[in-house]
Write a protein that binds this ligand. Structure first.
Ligand code: MG
Length: 171
């Protein structure tokens, strides 16, 4: 069976958020960033806001980007802590890939779909959700390996799809 997996294809696939060329995004007219949290900005098990992360967010702000954290995390207090520390608005229990949270984020950021980018580590949440919503997507590699079997299984499924899309070069 020839499955059409194009709906999972990210516009860019990069090692980490630090590899993203934000100046180029700016040139494309992108001003709003819908940012995943776990495994994109910090490892799922950690609450460490490193100076590197802190100044990364600060730099983006200075470049004129508006950022909103959008997380599927079931731990609102964790998202809240990160959001307060980085001084970013956040939406938690977002139920990505469903579009509701993205719509809410766009409203918060006062942006249109074409002005936004979704950045995240999960093909089936961040990228699929972004593609379904018609928003530019950037996939980054997850920061750490998963310990929970269900997430491990999901990672393997994502790697399978990436390979089918010819995007396994980062693995
Ligand atoms: Mg994530």
């Amino acid at each position: 069976m020839d499955w059409n997996l194009e709906i999972f294809r990210p516009k860019e696939y990069l090692e980490s958020v630090y590899s993203i060329d934000f100046d180029r995004l700016k040139e494309k007219g992108i001003t709003a960033i819908i940012m995943d949290m776990d495994e994109t900005l910090l490892p799922r098990e950690m609450l460490d806001i490193t100076p590197v992360l802190f100044s990364f967010i600060q730099d983006l702000r200075e470049k004129g980007f508006n950022i909103c954290l959008v997380s599927n995390s079931m731990h609102p207090e964790r998202v809240d802590y990160v959001s307060k520390t980085l001084k970013l608005p956040s939406i938690t229990m977002a139920a990505k890939p469903f579009p509701f949270a993205f719509d809410k984020a766009l409203k918060l950021l006062n942006a249109k779909r074409k002005d936004a980018v979704i950045i995240g580590d999960q093909l089936f949440m961040d990228v699929l959700g972004g593609n379904l919503a018609g928003i530019y997507t950037i996939l980054v590699r997850p920061m750490t390996s998963e310990k929970f079997w269900l997430r491990q299984w999901m990672r393997r499924a994502e790697e399978f799809v990436l390979e089918k899309l010819g995007l396994d070069y980062l693995a």
